[in-house]
Design a protein around this ligand. Structure first.
Ligand code: NAP
Length: 310
């Protein structure tokens, strides 16, 4: 048996309760991972509240969590790239979850070796947000050296990694955050921080090649106006009607992150080389998962919230 956070009804953070449940057994292509840390993502709070949208995999009872860092304790048949005692980090598919637990099932093609330079809490802070940023900036927008990118919510989970990836790529970076986060943004590599509460980002960015949009709504509509001809906005919160049908010669698209062990290995290499640094602002033990969700719901977190599991 193991301890896990198991939701028996959707609702407020108090539905996140510690339960004793069976340790899952790994099937073909699966790893059983002793979880040392899991990260909290805004989607976890949406699923917990019963607002999962298209993520219909969240049937009750449900163990939340998509980010895992831990040690492989057993492997199923057909696993070729990992062995027992490997230290791994992973993004579990959004249709499954299961990270807020002492043990989790991770598919071989969701995992990569954990960079040894960081601890488990730091490694757990990476997979979902870094894969989101990687897929938005490199797979979809094909961000190039010397281009200008506007990154909204640059201090958040996705934004703080997107800034570091864009810096590594050699882009000129404009990013929005509250003023108390501007020094933090500069340390991450932002060239021009903009306070979205008191300033118009349009005054600081024009002829932009790429916009990363974790905000949507009016922010998205205004961002389309400062893209250069042929530029692209990548939303991670869905497109507005203007985004679906832009009035100018620009492109807009929305993505949903997918696990990808090859990309995660590359990201792990950047962490190992000190190019990407995980940002962990809050750590909670498993039984305080409700507090972790309350913090996430403030939408004021710098970097990530992590749940540490002994
Ligand atoms: N489609 C996908 O695959 C995908 C993947 C990951 C995330 N998402 C979604 O993307 C969104 C962001 O995720 P996240 O993990 O980065 O969230 P997060 O870490 O909770 O974001 C918190 C940050 O948002 C900033 N912020 C809040 N309102 C803002 C605004 N109006 N303008 C600029 N910044 C603002 C805050 O900055 P200040 O404190 O400086 O104000 C804070 O640093 C969420 O809705 C999430 O569900 C989608």
């Amino acid at each position: 048996m193991m301890q896990a956070i198991q939701i028996q009804e959707f609702g407020d953070p108090q539905v996140l309760q510690v339960k004793e449940i069976s340790i899952p057994a790994p099937g073909p292509g699966e790893l059983l991972v002793r979880v040392h840390a899991a990260a909290v993502n805004p989607v976890d709070t949406s699923i917990r509240a019963g607002r999962a949208g298209g993520l219909s995999g969240a049937s009750l009872p449900y163990v939340p969590g998509f980010d895992v860092s831990g040690t492989v304790t057993a492997i199923g048949s057909d696993v070729v790239n990992f062995k027992v005692d490997d230290e791994v980090f992973a993004m579990v598919d959004l249709r499954r979850g299961g990270a807020y637990a002492e043990y989790a099932i991770v598919l071989e093609n969701e995992a990569a070796l954990k960079p040894t330079r960081v601890n488990h809490a730091e490694a757990a802070a990476i997979p979902l947000v870094a894969l989101t940023a990687w897929q938005a900036l490199f797979e979809v927008a094909k961000l190039q050296k010397g281009q200008t990118i506007l990154i909204h919510a640059g201090a958040g989970g996705v934004g703080s990694i997107a800034v570091q990836l864009a810096k590594w790529r050699g882009a000129h970076i404009v990013a929005t955050a509250s003023d108390y986060n501007h020094n933090f943004l500069r340390e991450l590599g932002v060239d021009v921080p903009v306070d979205y509460r008191t300033q118009n980002f349009e005054d600081f960015a024009s002829d932009v090649d790429v916009v990363l949009d974790p905000i949507g709504g009016d922010t998205q509509v205004r961002s389309l106006q400062i893209l250069k001809e042929g530029g692209i906005l990548v939303s991670i919160v869905g497109l507005t009607s203007e985004g679906r049908n832009p009035s100018r010669n620009v492109r807009a698209t929305s993505i949903l992150v997918r696990p990808n062990s090859v990309q995660l290995s590359e990201i792990g290499g950047l962490i190992q080389n000190g190019i990407i640094n995980p940002i962990v602002s809050y750590r909670f033990p498993l039984e305080q998962a409700p507090l972790a969700h309350e913090q996430s719901q403030t939408r004021r977190t710098r970097g990530k919230i992590v749940i540490e599991i002994d």
